[in-house]
Write a protein that binds this ligand. Structure first.
Ligand code: TXA
Ligand code: MG
Length: 347
């Protein structure tokens, strides 16, 4: 298949949006930017189109897709909403929050991988919003990476993974947040459970919900046994570049000392901007921004992991982040990228 690539310079590029919308309506695949990561979209009302999304990504058949709507009010067309959903939607939608709810008949089983629930998200990125409006159908979209690889946060990374596998890619520049949306299930009238942490943090959700639980597998992927998991995506190897990600726990000084001691020539280190000059010349330094601004690390993490592969590094060393606030999203991605292994270096 030939993949058409268009750069969106303005929402007035109506011909491109019309073309993309028509492709989607007719069962084809279009990659598009959101405020979190790029999505690989199809018509969410078309089961056959959903199956071609699984094929294009090489995605396990039991891992359901998120349905993207233009307005939070549209959610009730596709699922049974609750008063708590309304409150959360009022506070966080449009934005990087995905809520799991019982699905209505209109959503095909192929989209939800046979689940009776559907994940609903209303993206705030104007290109994503405009695309859903122009398509006139909800868009089912996983992240636009090949399964297992870090999610793409710019259109070049999408092209690398999806050239020849999708009909169109819309380039809308870098994604502002850079990690996927927070996924929650509503576990009571006034409580929810985080299945995947993201930009909408536990602390933010606590302003609306009286209790916010964090699923065990979020911080400890080894808690995922072969049995039932609240979100199928928890089971799979994720966010992994070809380089072996080595997650190190200890002080910043020890981190620098350790990497300088053990790194092979050409290994990468993901480090703070201010520490770049402290690493040995044989190590490739990839900045993840400034220490005091975790949002910079969220923004850069996936492209930094991909960068390590471009440099053909055997290892990519990363410091273990904290787990409060937005750091929980970083920690959740990194521990999976590192196949659940943390190396302690302070001892
Ligand atoms: O930010 C995002 O959410 C991006 C952009 C494109 O919107 N999308 C994304 O999709 O990250 P994906 O497919 O890579 O991740 C969706 C996650 C998976 O872990 C999946 O298992 C979970 O959401 N999920 C989807 N539907 C679910 C359902 N009905 N029940 C439980 N988990 C569900
Ligand atoms: Mg994904």
């Amino acid at each position: 298949m030939k993949t058409e690539f268009f750069t969106i310079n303005s929402l007035e590029d109506s011909q491109i949006f019309e073309k993309a919308g028509e492709l989607l309506r007719n069962g084809h695949l279009v990659c598009f930017p959101t405020e979190t990561v790029y999505g690989l979209g199809c018509n969410a009302l078309d089961g056959k189109a959903a199956l071609s999304v699984f094929a294009a990504k090489g995605r396990p058949a039991d891992n359901p897709l998120i349905v993207h709507v233009a307005f939070p009010e549209d959610a009730s067309l596709y699922c049974y909403t609750t008063p708590l959903f309304e409150k959360l939607a009022e506070a966080f939608m449009p934005g990087p929050l995905t809520i799991i709810l019982p699905k209505k008949e209109i959503i095909p089983d192929e989209v939800t991988a046979g689940n009776t629930t559907v994940a609903i998200r209303c993206p705030s990125n104007p290109i994503a919003h405009n695309l859903i409006l122009t398509a006139k159908v909800p868009i089912a979209a996983p992240s636009a990476n090949r399964s297992g690889y870090p999610s793409p946060t710019n259109a070049q990374d999408v092209l690398e993974d999806m050239d020849g596998r999708v009909d169109m890619i819309l380039d809308g520049g870098d994604c502002s947040f850079g990690l996927e949306s927070t996924v929650i299930s509503l576990t009571g009238d006034d409580s929810c459970t985080i299945l995947r942490p993201g930009a909408v943090t536990r602390e933010m959700l606590l302003k609306i919900c009286s209790e916010v639980f964090v699923a065990e597998a979020v911080v400890d992927p080894s808690a995922v046994k072969n049995g039932a998991v609240p979100s199928p995506g928890m089971k799979y190897k994720h966010y992994s570049p070809k380089a072996e990600v080595v997650l190190l726990e200890g002080s910043r000084e020890k981190f620098i000392e350790y990497v300088n001691q053990v790194a092979l020539p050409g290994d990468s280190v993901l480090c703070f901007e201010e520490d770049k000059s402290l690493f040995d010349k044989r190590v490739v330094t990839i900045s993840v921004g400034h220490e005091a601004i975790p949002e910079e690390e969220c923004h850069r993490l996936f492209s930094a992991l991909r960068e390590a592969d471009k440099k053909e590094s055997k290892h990519a060393f990363v410091m273990k982040p904290k787990t409060e606030g937005v750091y929980l999203a970083l920690y959740n991605r990194l521990i999976r990228a590192a196949s659940c292994k943390i190396t302690k270096i302070d001892l």
